[in-house]
Design a protein around this ligand. Structure first.
Ligand SMILES: Cc1ncc(COP(=O)(O)O)c(C=O)c1O
Length: 388
């Protein structure tokens, strides 16, 4: 059976070799500790699970979801309330908010709703790999904008060549940033809006780590920038702040035309989100704010623990203040992959090679803090024993 050519354009999964090694080691009985994946291990709060169970018992919720292509109005209203309370951003739940099956779905459907075949779409390098796949499946042409430590991992918009900007129809931007952990400033967001307006570029601001910030960094939304709603949307998600990755619930907010375009794609692709999951989402947004603080305390502690080990083995750096990842420079003279492989071979600890996120990821590895404390402690002790 021949499958679609568009799939051949999607780059191979860079962890493949490592995954083979991990599977082999596991089958040989090695105790592998993975710090490579960003998927919280602590349970979703009870009140959210209770709300799911309660509403799942109502037969009305067993039918196709309410307002299939937009998400139920009660959920959209709650999102509007959250944005107002959290960011002082006013959104109309009727036409400026849509429910999503996670922010990843939003990335994909944003491309289908905005990008024509052959359009250039900007994304950062390093960056979340799903952007490239979505652009390619939508027959756009990805263009990598480097984000470098000397610029606090923010794109230098003036360095984007004018001829590229002129043929660009969309741009993915993501802060707090996966993989670097960098956070945006309001000043940058205002510049981004001006850039987008100048070249008629639709911004897809992917903000699923909005709440995961440390050391006094304040959560910010793209929609706080002046005129943001005229040029783009923000994607957000319940996955990371409420440990709900498996529940698949998120939202897109902002420009009404883009929201309508995504809604049209959804209307013809999926039939929305299980009502009970949306009710659970309302519960999360309205009652579980404190949970976020509790998780931040846990991640903050783990961050310090990892930084201590890195210092002990001679890796000193000033880590950015967002996400539950640490973007760590590889030791002098070692590539990302060499460091990743060396760590694995010597300690059976898995980290993600920076090159999995683009060529400018060379020289870095990404360590995720979403592992139980005792496993993280064990991993750090192994690393110190081997490398200190
Ligand atoms: C930058 C970024 N965007 C989107 C996602 C997907 O989030 P969701 O679970 O909401 O689809 C992730 C998940 O790791 C991510 O890192």
């Amino acid at each position: 059976m021949k499958t679609a050519e568009r799939l051949t354009k999607i780059p191979p999964y860079l962890f493949m070799e490592l995954r083979k090694k991990i599977n082999k080691a596991k089958s040989d009985g090695v105790d592998v500790i993975s710090l490579a994946i960003g998927d919280p291990v602590e349970a979703t709060p009870d009140s959210i699970i209770d709300e799911l169970c309660r509403t799942a018992r109502n037969p009305l919720n067993h039918r196709y979801p309410a307002d299939e292509e937009k998400g139920m109005l009660a959920f959209r209203k709650e999102v509007a309330r959250w944005y107002h309370e959290r960011y002082d951003v006013t959104l109309n739940p009727e036409n400026e908010i849509i429910g999503l099956i996670g922010s990843k779905e939003g990335c994909h459907h944003f491309v289908l709703g905005r990008v024509n075949p052959g359009d250039t779409v900007l994304m950062t390098d390093p960056g979340y790999p799903a952007y490239r796949s979505s652009i390619l499946m939508g027959e756009g042409i990805p263009y990598n904008v480097p984000i470098l430590p000397q610029n606090n991992y923010l794109p230098v918009l003036e360095d984007i060549p004018t001829d590229v900007a002129k043929k660009t129809s969309a741009m993915f931007v993501n802060y707090p940033n996966n993989p670097t952990g960098a956070c945006a400033t309001l000043e940058f967001l205002n510049d981004l809006v001006a850039f987008a307006r100048k070249y008629d570029i639709a911004i897809c601001y992917d903000n699923p780590y909005s709440e995961v910030v440390f050391n006094g960094q304040q959560p910010i939304s793209f929609l706080m920038a002046r005129g943001a709603k005229e040029v783009g949307i923000e994607l957000n998600s319940l996955s990371k702040p409420f440990n709900m990755c498996g529940w698949r619930l998120g939202m897109a907010c902002g420009n009404p035309e883009l929201i309508a375009a995504i809604s049209k794609v959804k209307e013809n692709t999926d039939s929305g989100i299980f009502n009970a999951v949306q009710y659970a989402g309302i519960q999360a947004l309205s009652h579980e704010r404190d949970f976020i603080d509790r998780m931040l305390a846990i991640y903050g502690r783990r961050r310090e623990r990892v930084l201590k080990t890195l210092k002990n083995i001679g890796i000193n750096f000033d880590p950015p203040r967002g996400t539950f990842y640490l973007w760590v420079p590889a030791p002098e003279g070692m590539t990302s992959l060499e460091f990743t492989n060396r760590l694995f071979d010597k300690t059976a600890v898995v980290v993600a090679s920076g090159t999995a996120y683009g060529k400018y990821g060379e020289g870095f590895v990404r360590i995720s803090l979403t592992v139980p404390d005792d496993r993280l402690e064990e991993a750090m002790q192994r690393i110190e024993k081997e490398f200190a």
